[in-house]
Design a protein around this ligand. Structure first.
Ligand code: FAD
Length: 541
């Protein structure tokens, strides 16, 4: 009797949750409807090949490991479990289909090019084995393909345009956790489990984290349980939610001034659709509230916007061949890149941010603005692709679409074109942390520097540096560039690059504004040089 049973498989990739998971709910519902016919096996494929090309730092591996352990626990509460299968999807699926007598495979759809390619191959293999495949879009609130279709087959390239389209779309129904499976439909052990009952168990931390010395503090543990707890904690103060305006949150507070739900949304431990629904419910109760682009709902819609534009271009994460991205002659500067990467630029605000990123795996959005602008058009004139790669390794929330989209924005390569508005690596941080407490925490060498020069240690005399216990060039680096000089040169370089791009591109792109620095925080003149003004005026036409 049991030999004839077919298996229903749900393949977790992102979407590491049991709530609002339509692809998981589908197999649970089918199995509950005909318990005598089916076994259920939710799987996660641990692909060692990914290590060859994907940059994943130790902190993100830990986040994934914790998320898998939590997911297994959640599935056990539903009378199932998580099966970890080791290997490449294209290699493991033919075997699994045979071994488990699979009838149906479900998974959440993905827009990343490597995932699309992989999924197409798996779908072909499934069809060769007579296995039905059903996919569901649940990583984003809106289906990027649908938004593009509504815009006559083109991705909307401005946030406002995007809002106009999604405003008319129906919101998807947010699903509850599926009901647990009845007893008696747990799969019998396959030949591998019979030999080793732990064969499909979750990986341990040691198995995933090859360089444990790189693990930082575990400030944001992975998993759906923590995601839901964090969401509830973020939403508890409804006045805060209603008044939220991103530009008024601090990049350098000692505890995060925004939700830090991004790692949970990235791995799908939290459903963006659930968070959106909960936010909307609060806003109904608080009719006087902030609005997109600066509100919390507005933040989620930035995520949707980038997913939509990225879905339309497989080259979204590179400059060449990218339909959105201006071509800018960035330079290779390995020593400057190295200094930026490791928080040794000699600009304490920049270094504190980069060190926080390495230790904790998360930094505030405006902190990302500051370091991204510094690396690219502001100071170092290094390609956004290099910065993207470093973020890819260090961020817990690293996300193909969001990382690339935001790097293009900050480097004024796409979506934002006011390149003459440059963040000051000195003035910007002072605004929200005039005493430099954030710098003292992440750049402890400078802890004894007084507020007056902690952002600009080069202003201290040598004898003062000795007194503060940190001599520049010995205990902390001299600044690698002089911002006051280089940012002006770089504005000219941008202006020239824009001119060349204008000559080769014909498409009109509108400027849009989210929360670039106000004149008091920027060292570039907000009022553009006459050259830059002309550039912007022309682009607007
Ligand atoms: P909140 O302000 O609490 O916002 C709630 C959610 O909205 C976030 O969790 C996130 O999912 C979404 N969101 C907020 N801001 C943005 C934004 N600008 N673009 C897209 N979605 C947004 N975010 C990532 O999730 N992954 C990345 O790889 C990533 N790379 C970035 C690279 C650069 C150079 C920059 C400037 C920004 C990047 N961001 C990225 C966007 C943003 O910085 C983070 O999403 C945000 O800081 C996460 O913190 P939070 O959860 O507290 O955000």
């Amino acid at each position: 009797m049991s030999a004839k049973r077919r298996t229903l498989v749900h393949w977790f990739r992102k979407g590491l949750r049991v709530h609002d998971n339509p692809a998981l709910s589908q197999i649970f519902n089918d199995a509950r409807a005909s318990p005598e016919k089916f076994y259920v096996r939710p799987i996660f494929i641990l692909d060692p090949g990914i290590l060859d090309w994907m940059q994943v730092g130790a902190n993100r591996w830990r986040f994934l490991q914790q998320s898998l352990v939590d997911l297994d626990k959640k599935l056990k509460e539903l009378n199932s479990r998580l099966y970890i299968v080791r290997g490449k999807p294209v290699d493991v699926f033919p075997e699994l289909f045979e071994r488990w007598n699979v009838q149906l495979l479900t998974f959440e759809s993905d827009i990343e090019p490597y995932a699309l390619q992989r999924d197409t191959t798996v779908q072909k293999i499934a069809s060769e084995h007579g296995v039905k495949v059903d996919t569901h879009c649940s990583h984003t609130i809106y289906n990027p393909e649908l938004v593009i279709a509504k815009n006559l087959g083109k991705a909307p390239v401005t946030y406002q345009k995007f809002l106009g389209i999604v405003d008319k779309l129906k919101l998807p129904k947010v699903l509850a956790v599926p009901e647990g499976l009845p007893d008696g439909i747990k799969p019998i052990a396959d030949e591998f489990e019979a030999v080793d009952s732990c064969v499909y168990d979750c990986p341990t931390l040691d198995q995933l984290v090859k360089r444990p010395q790189e693990l930082g503090v575990n400030k944001f543990p992975g998993g759906e349980t923590e995601a839901l707890r964090r969401m509830e904690a973020s939403l508890i103060d409804e006045n805060w939610v209603a008044a939220f305006e991103k530009p008024n949150t601090a990049p350098n507070s000692l505890e995060p001034s925004t939700t830090v739900l991004s790692p949970y949304l990235k791995f799908g431990c939290l459903s963006a659709r659930l968070l959106h629904e909960r936010l909307k419910e609060i806003l109904v109760r608080k009719p006087k509230h902030s609005k997109p682009p600066v509100s919390l709902v507005g933040q989620l819609l930035w995520r949707e916007f980038y997913y939509t534009v990225a879905a339309a271009d497989p080259n979204f994460d590179r400059m060449l061949g990218n339909a959105y991205c201006l071509q800018i002659p960035w330079q290779k500067q390995p020593d400057h890149l190295e200094a930026w990467t490791h928080g040794r630029t000699g600009y304490p605000f920049i270094d504190a941010i980069m060190r926080q990123l390495r230790q904790e795996g998360w930094i505030h959005h405006l902190a990302r603005h500051a370091v991204a602008c510094f690396l690219t058009r502001g100071d170092l004139w290094i390609s956004w692709e290099d910065g993207q790669r470093v973020f890819e390794q260090l961020l817990l929330d690293q996300d193909w679409a969001l990382n690339a989209g935001n790097w293009m924005w900050l480097s004024a390569s796409a979506f934002f074109h006011q390149y003459f508005r440059v963040y000051s690596p000195v003035a910007f941080g002072k605004k929200t942390d005039p005493t430099g407490a954030y710098i003292r925490k992440y750049v402890p060498e400078l802890a004894k520097y007084p507020a007056g020069c902690i952002y600009e240690p080069w202003k201290a005399t040598l004898s003062a540096q000795r007194e503060y216990g940190c001599v520049l060039g010995v205990d902390y680096p001299h600044r690698i560039v002089n911002h006051d000089i280089v940012h002006k040169e770089n504005i000219k370089r941008m202006s020239a690059a824009y001119k060349v791009n204008r000559e080769v591109r014909t498409g009109k792109q509108e400027d849009q504004n989210d929360y670039e620095p106000s004149p008091s925080q920027s060292t570039g003149k907000r009022k553009a040089s006459s050259e830059a003004k002309k550039t912007v005026a022309k682009r607007r036409r």
